[in-house]
Structures are given as C-alpha cells and as structure tokens.
Write a protein that binds this ligand. Structure first.
Ligand SMILES: [Zn+2]
Length: 69
C-alpha cells in the first residue's frame, strides 16, 4: 500500500497514512491527533497532476525475415 500525506481540516495536523488510493481519495482516514475523519489528501510532490501523456513516435517496422529452406 502506498503512503499518502494528509492534512486534517479539523485541527490542521499533517500526517502520513498507509491506505489504498480509494481510501485516500475518500478521505476516510482518521486524524491521529483529533480523530476527525476530515482528512484532505495532500498533493504528492513527485506526482504531477498536470502530467501529459508523452511518448509516442517512432516507426514500427516489422520486416519479415525470409528464410525458408
Ligand atoms: Zn485532526
């Protein structure tokens, strides 16, 4: 399970929690400081939300190699 960073909207505490992506998105993580489940997931520094799908290009050539016989 990945670790996500959360910010408690109740007390403002910042903490990390191991949970699934679904739980993190739903904010169902209890704050260890006050116990409120109003956690807001912080944006990861390494995961850019504005990431465009790069790549592509390059020719894909399949050349048959005749070699019967
Ligand atoms: Zn809290």
């Amino acid at each position: 399970m990945p670790m996500y960073e959360f910010t408690c909207r109740a007390c403002g505490a910042e903490y990390e929690e191991l949970c699934t992506a679904a739980e993190a998105a739903a904010g169902k993580v209890a704050c260890p400081a006050c116990g409120a489940r109003k956690s807001e997931r912080k944006l990861s520094t390494f995961a850019s939300k504005d990431a465009g799908s790069g790549g592509g290009g390059g020719g894909c050539g399949h050349s048959s190699h005749g070699g019967f016989g």
